[in-house]
Write a protein of this length. Structure first.
Length: 432
């Protein structure tokens, strides 16, 4: 009696072939009487079919089902039992699926199941290049295929877990790298901005003070000249000539004009210094109520020259009276990275006019949104990625880290359509 290995106890994989299965190799010469087949089927109750040979060469196969189904008919046993198997085989002419032993089990399973419903459960002949031809049942094939499927699922689950672990490790590494980069950039920018502030602040204050004194002195001089003109309307000829040459009225008008313009410019410069100082010393505001609009204006002021040089239009829509208790330094840098990211994207496009919209919204009594969108006035392809995509991803990662990890807020990205990219920063209100 031949022993067949249980497919469930074997280790099969996606590359397993039919030769890896344990097949039946009982061969019978077709010259023997047909009752020989009945004897073998009785001795081997599990054998699905018997290989038929002629002069030790493969001729065909007759399955257990076909044999007993035919022999159970009236007169069949009496007519063919004593006759040669060749007569029975030529009469039945069964359809046989012959597959090379080098065929993958998964492929062989597909081929077996694609047969007609009457033949789908018929055994399969495994053709061997050097050796005896064998027979396997469809049950063996399906069990082996099931084992392969099970092993494949286990491998996929292992790969998924490994990938998840690698992804988590990569994310932690990226976060660590982003934090390190943020700290280094923060220190560099702080030193740079603080140095510029100190270098500009003292001369600016000195200029402002000197200009104020000069403005008052010029006003006093003009007032004194006006008094002289009123007191001595008939001035000597040389004074009249000088007044006519100088054009005192035009000089007075121009002097007032220059003075007013200088005052506005000094005020704008002092305001810029104020915003820059807020950026440098934002850490002093930790734990205190800070106006989010001051933070936004400070960042927009830092990028003002870049906005102008790249023809970027800023559209602001703020809600009034919006105090926010936040770690101001980190929020500054989150906004800094975000605007820098958007400018990089604009630089990758050859468009004259670009728009960035900055809105603040109070959704609830304890929730405030900063909504920043940048859009293109013309239709562009969907993918508008800059050349420094890795650097851009790092910037967004640092924004996400600062908002979510440092401030327990949320940072969302949305592509509204082909022209608009939206970023929403959600933070807690200082009243919370």
């Amino acid at each position: 009696m031949q022993t067949i290995l249980d497919p469930q106890t074997q280790n099969y994989h996606q590359d397993s072939q039919l030769k890896d299965l344990s097949d039946w190799k009982i061969n019978v010469d077709v010259k023997l009487p047909s009752e020989t087949l009945a004897q073998i089927f009785q001795q081997e109750p599990l054998i699905p079919g018997i290989i038929l040979t002629s002069n030790d060469q493969y001729l065909g196969m007759i399955s257990r089902r076909v044999f007993f189904e035919f022999m159970s008919r009236k007169y069949s046993l009496g007519l063919f039992a004593d006759k040669a198997i060749a007569n029975l085989y030529n009469f039945l002419k069964p359809e046989i699926l012959v597959i090379p032993d080098t065929t993958l089990i998964t492929t062989a399973t597909q081929m077996a199941l694609e047969r007609s419903p009457q033949l789908v459960y018929e055994p399969i002949v495994v053709a061997v290049t050097n050796g005896k031809t064998g027979v396997i049942s469809v049950q063996q094939l399906l069990l082996a295929h099931s084992k392969i499927h099970e092993q494949t699922l286990l491998q996929l689950e292992t790969i998924r877990q490994q990938s998840q672990h690698r992804a988590e490790s990569l994310q932690k590494l990226q976060q660590s790298y982003a934090l390190t980069m943020h700290q280094q950039i923060q220190q560099t920018v702080d030193r740079f901005a603080l140095g510029i502030t100190q270098e500009i602040k003292n001369p600016t204050n000195a200029i402002a003070a000197s200009f104020l004194r000069s403005s008052r002195s010029s006003d006093d001089l003009l007032y004194l000249v006006n008094l002289y003109q009123k007191s001595y309307p008939q001035a000597p000829a040389n004074i009249q000539t000088a007044l006519h040459r100088i054009n005192l009225e035009k000089l007075t008008h121009d002097l007032h004009k220059v003075t007013n313009s200088a005052k506005l410019n000094i005020k704008a410069l002092q305001n810029s210094l104020y915003l820059l100082e807020n950026f440098c010393f934002a850490s002093d505001m930790d734990g205190k109520l800070v106006d989010i609009h001051d933070l936004l204006e400070g960042i927009l002021n830092l990028f003002q020259s870049q906005f102008k040089s790249h023809h970027i239009q800023i559209v602001k829509q703020y809600i009034s009276d919006l105090p926010l208790q936040i770690y101001a330094r980190y929020i500054h840098y989150a906004l800094f990275y975000l605007f820098e990211y958007m400018i990089d994207h604009f630089n990758a496009q050859e468009i004259d006019e670009k728009i960035i919209k900055v809105n603040t919204q109070q959704l609830e009594s304890t929730k405030i949104n900063i909504q920043i969108t940048y859009q293109f006035p013309e239709k562009l392809p969907h993918a508008h990625i800059s050349a420094n995509s890795a650097t851009d991803d790092l910037k967004l990662m640092m924004v996400n880290y600062i908002i979510c990890e440092q401030n327990h807020g949320s940072f969302q990205q949305h592509t509204l359509d082909n022209q608009v990219q939206e970023y929403i920063i959600s933070l807690g209100n200082g009243d919370n």
